[in-house]
Design a binder for this molecule. Structure first.
Ligand code: DGL
Length: 281
């Protein structure tokens, strides 16, 4: 048993797709979430910058005494996975869990991958899918505008601008006849309704956030590090800028107000080490 929190980070709101699943599946776990809203988007950054951001994000979460880190960010998971391997606590991203779920789901072997530009150029999903099953065919599409649409809260099923953008991005993949589509950026599951409408009922959508949450449950079981029974999980959210916008959309998405548990941090300043504040338990 291990009562320390699970750490989750992303460039902004996308990683909440992991948090939402963790809250459902592991209500007894404490969670610390960091959304780098001051530096979003990550998806068009260079490897060098992403390396720096990912290291800072992980070190901030470690300063909160986390037992495990989830890079709930397809971009970090694809471009700088080494940063995760270097962590002194278990740490993983979304690529392997989502690729494994896609390989299990596909019947035709035609798998689509949506991601940020950096993710698609890194090719990590493609490599991982082909490693798991060399027979599959992979069709990739970078969808950078989706991140901005989500961060601005344009996530309603009827939103015309989002629908139009999605049609433009998704049409080629529909024509390729994929039967499984990985939402390889954690922001994209917030647009599931629109993506599903355009792709049609025959296409299985793989939510990379959900896949990472499943991998987390497996890892805690394997290491016997679930929170002690009877623990009522607490969730603390940290952002690097614009807490109001984050709070509004996060509250809508998670179905609960997060205002009093939301804090703003500056990652350029040295973080206090675990135990120097008592917010996360
Ligand atoms: N949600 C992140 C991802 O999964 C980052 C998106 C971005 O900031 O561009 O790639």
């Amino acid at each position: 048993m291990d009562g320390r929190p699970i750490g989750v980070f992303d460039s902004g709101l996308g990683g909440l797709t992991v948090v939402r699943q963790l809250l459902r599946r592991l209500p007894g776990e404490n969670i610390v979430y960091f959304g780098d809203t001051g530096r979003v988007p990550y998806g068009n950054r260079s490897r060098k910058i992403l390396h720096k951001y990912a290291r800072q994000d992980c070190s901030f979460l470690r300063s909160k005494g986390v037992k495990l880190i989830i890079a709930a960010c397809g971009t970090v998971s694809s471009v700088v996975p080494r940063v995760l391997e270097e962590q002194p606590v278990p740490a993983f991203g979304v690529v392997k869990p989502a690729a494994a779920a896609a390989v299990r789901a596909t019947r035709s072997g035609r798998i689509g991958v949506l991601g940020t530009s950096a993710t698609i150029h890194a090719g990590a999903f493609r490599r991982c899918l082909l490693q798991l099953n060399p027979q599959v065919q992979v069709f990739e599409k970078e969808c950078p505008l989706f991140v901005a649409l989500v961060e601005n809260g344009w996530i309603g099923r009827e939103d015309e601008v989002t629908r139009l953008t999605a049609r433009r991005y998704l049409e080629p993949l529909r024509e390729q006849g994929v039967d499984t589509l990985i939402l390889g950026c954690t922001h994209f599951p917030l647009l599931t309704d629109i993506i599903a409408d355009i792709m049609g009922g025959g296409v299985t959508l793989i939510d990379s956030g959900q896949a990472a949450a499943d991998a987390c449950v497996e890892r805690l079981a394997q290491d016997n590090t679930f929170a002690p029974p009877g623990n009522s999980g607490r969730c603390h959210f940290y952002v690097s800028d614009q807490p109001e916008g984050f709070s509004k959309i996060a509250g809508m998405f998670l179905g609960q107000a997060i205002g009093e548990h939301l804090h703003t941090v500056d990652l350029e300043l040295p973080a206090p080490m675990a135990g120097e504040d008592d917010e996360t338990g």
